[in-house]
Design a protein around this ligand. Structure first.
Ligand SMILES: NC(=O)c1ccc[n+]([C@@H]2O[C@H](COP(=O)([O-])OP(=O)(O)OC[C@H]3O[C@@H](n4cnc5c(N)ncnc54)[C@H](O)[C@@H]3O)[C@@H](O)[C@H]2O)c1
Length: 330
């Protein structure tokens, strides 16, 4: 069944490309708008690619008209926490300034349904080490989180004023790759734990650095909540359908609802890849909270449940690395 075209800003990136595949599977036409600053043209496989900046209002208007776009997903952002501390204005310009220009262009073009990729970084360093709820305090501790929160506010305010519909998914740690091997995670630089583990285990990189093992957690390393990118993709389809059914101002956490330590991820990787993961212990990084785990009750109330395990994330990430960068047998 054909359901209409969805404009996907950042559809050539890691999460956006997996969501494009899910959109196509559900009968939508994903139309990617991406400047390819961190994404890849080869990841755009299920619909057209318009190579443009999200702040290019003419490109947005043309694309909406050409494809009769009925909704927009907004993944396009800069998302390196360390870089945001060094270059805060870049993050406010890219994630807020350009985001607002994109929003204005969408509103002018009459696109009323908008779903935004936010982040657990909006919560900052939670006071309680319990799963975080969406109505918990949002106190970002770095410019990246602050810029994502500022755009959330802009989107919610603009949607209220215009009578449109908006949804916000606050991702925890996305991981894994497409189960058919069509897509995966290709960041440069890569800062995410599971692809870094895969690379270190293959000898592609020096040993992995574990940033701090003196946290007040069960083994001293930070606890995070990893969610498979295909489970994240299905959450987008669900929330998009809610918007089309008239719901608005949806703000939901997207994690697996389970916390694992860095050491536990390392052990799981050694277990399922059946090879050692060389690692050294380094100093804590500024602004790394000890525990970040999602309360996922909101998404689950809509009928969503993560289907994939941590092992699935590691195996699919390793399979993707092997496919795109085969190891020479020694
Ligand atoms: N990966 C995670 O674990 C994670 C966690 C929390 C939140 N997020 C958020 O999810 C979104 C997607 O993350 P990702 O890991 O897929 O990132 P990514 O870098 O792989 O994808 C972002 C895409 O947006 C494009 N882009 C960036 N700026 C643009 C601009 N001005 N105009 C047009 N295109 C632009 C890039 O080329 C890229 O294809 C981001 O908004 C990020 O903040 C990601």
């Amino acid at each position: 069944m054909k359901r209409g075209a969805i404009l996907v800003a950042g559809g050539a990136g890691y999460i956006g490309s997996h969501v494009c595949k899910a959109l196509a599977t559900h009968g939508y036409l994903p139309v990617t708008l991406d400047d390819l600053s961190s994404g890849h043209a080869r990841a755009v496989q299920w619909g057209p690619l318009v190579q443009a900046d999200i702040a290019d209002a003419d490109a947005v208007a043309r694309t909406v008209r050409a494809h009769d776009v009925v909704g927009a997903l907004h993944f396009a952002a800069k998302s390196l926490v360390g870089e945001s501390v060094r270059e805060p204005l870049k993050y406010f310009r890219e994630n807020v300034g350009k985001g607002v220009a994109f929003l204005e262009a969408l509103q002018t073009a009459g696109v009323a349904n908008i779903l935004f990729s936010s982040t657990a970084a909006v919560y900052g360093d939670p006071a309680q080490p319990r799963p975080i709820r969406e109505d918990d305090a949002t106190r970002p501790i770095n410019p990246y989180g602050a810029s994502k929160l500022a755009f959330e506010e802009a989107l919610r305010g603009a949607t209220r004023a215009s009578g449109g519909r908006c949804g916000i998914l606050r991702y925890f740690n996305a991981a894994g790759a497409d189960s058919d091997g069509d897509l995966g995670e290709d960041h440069d630089p890569e800062t995410h734990l599971i692809p870094l583990i895969v690379r270190a285990s293959r000898g592609d990189t020096p040993p992995l650095t574990v940033y701090g093992q003196d946290y007040d957690t069960r083994d001293g390393t930070p606890i995070r909540d990893y969610v498979h990118v295909e489970d994240l993709a299905s959450a987008h389809i669900l929330v998009l359908k809610q918007l089309f059914n008239g719901r608005t101002d949806i703000v939901l956490n997207a994690g697996a609802g389970q916390g694992v330590t860095v050491r536990e991820v390392l052990r799981a990787a050694e277990d399922c890849l059946e090879r050692p993961v060389p690692a050294v212990v380094g100093a804590r990084r500024d602004g790394d909270p000890p525990v970040l785990v999602a309360d996922t009750g909101g998404l689950e109330a809509l009928g969503w449940k993560p289907q994939k395990s941590l092992h699935d994330m590691i195996r699919s990430a390793a399979a993707w690395r092997e496919k795109t960068s085969p190891r020479i047998a020694s």
